[in-house]
Design a protein around this ligand. Structure first.
Ligand SMILES: Cc1cc2nc3c(=O)[nH]c(=O)nc-3n(C[C@H](O)[C@H](O)[C@H](O)COP(=O)(O)O)c2cc1C
Length: 244
């Protein structure tokens, strides 16, 4: 396993070497993590609005800005959580994402997936081989990890994969915007498996495809599920630099 802690990416021997903005962004990137336990109190409307204004600055192909986003709060979150959890807990449910899930996670991708999975299970005390306990932790996705809000990101089907890419760019900006406001956020592909239920529940028109969800709120920093940080491969593992 070649992955490493995140700090080497953020620190530099000579902090004067780059503009301050690089360190500001580095701090946000280093502090952000996928939050998997929330405090129940809602986020103030003004803070949600600021997060959405910041995310609205995302780039998109031809400036199409194709993200269609549903945001819930209060009873709207509670009703959705109850419906989602009921479906996810039923043995009969089969995942029906609007965008196909990966066929497999080949090679190093499976290793990285396993590593972060075990980081989570170790932090919440799930033992190797305890399938009931790991399934219970996975079900937390459908309790929205206790978050008071969720963002559900849709895109016109006709825009195809590039519309979904734009929504992925939007999700990335949204996560950094949330971090800049001191909020926790959980990107959730798990919700895509319930796209039919979500479509019915929120009366989403058929021309839109579900891309990804993101629960958000105030992180519960004392919760064990928030007590680890995922690692990153050294830059050289992902980048091929060509020089003459
Ligand atoms: C598109 C996308 C979908 C994700 N879906 C889920 C999910 O359904 N449930 C979950 O717990 N984490 C989900 N994650 C979080 C990843 O597991 C996490 O980003 C990764 O392990 C790196 O950890 P970090 O976000 O804490 O840096 C998702 C992340 C992304 C970008």
């Amino acid at each position: 396993m070649t992955s490493q802690d995140r700090s080497p990416f953020m620190t530099h021997a000579d902090p004067a070497a780059f503009p301050d903005s690089s360190y500001l962004l580095g701090d946000l990137l280093a502090e952000r993590f996928t939050c998997r336990a929330y405090r129940p109190e809602p986020v103030a409307d003004a803070v949600i609005d600021r997060m959405l204004e910041l995310a609205q600055m995302s780039a998109s192909w031809c400036n199409t800005q194709p993200w269609n986003v549903i945001i819930t709060q209060g009873q709207a979150t509670e009703r959705f959580r109850a419906a989602l959890f009921a479906e996810a807990s039923s043995d009969k449910h089969e995942a029906q994402p609007d965008i196909d899930y990966p066929q497999s996670f080949p090679g190093i991708h499976a290793e990285r997936r396993r590593e972060v999975g075990w980081q989570l299970y170790d932090s919440v005390g799930v033992q190797r081989g305890d399938r009931a306990a790991s399934a219970k932790q996975a079900l937390e996705n459908f309790r929205l990890f206790g978050a008071p809000h969720v963002a559900l990101i849709y895109c016109e089907r006709e825009l195809g994969p590039y519309g979904a890419i734009d929504c992925g760019v939007y999700l990335g900006t949204l996560m950094l915007a949330a971090q800049s406001l001191g909020l926790g956020m959980t990107p959730q592909a798990a919700l895509a498996g319930h796209s039919a239920l979500i479509r019915r529940h929120f009366a989403v028109p058929d021309n839109l495809m579900f891309v990804v969800g993101a629960a958000f709120g105030h992180a519960d920093h004392d919760h064990a599920a928030n007590g680890f940080r995922s690692r990153r491969a050294p830059v050289e593992e992902n980048i091929r630099k060509l020089r003459d």
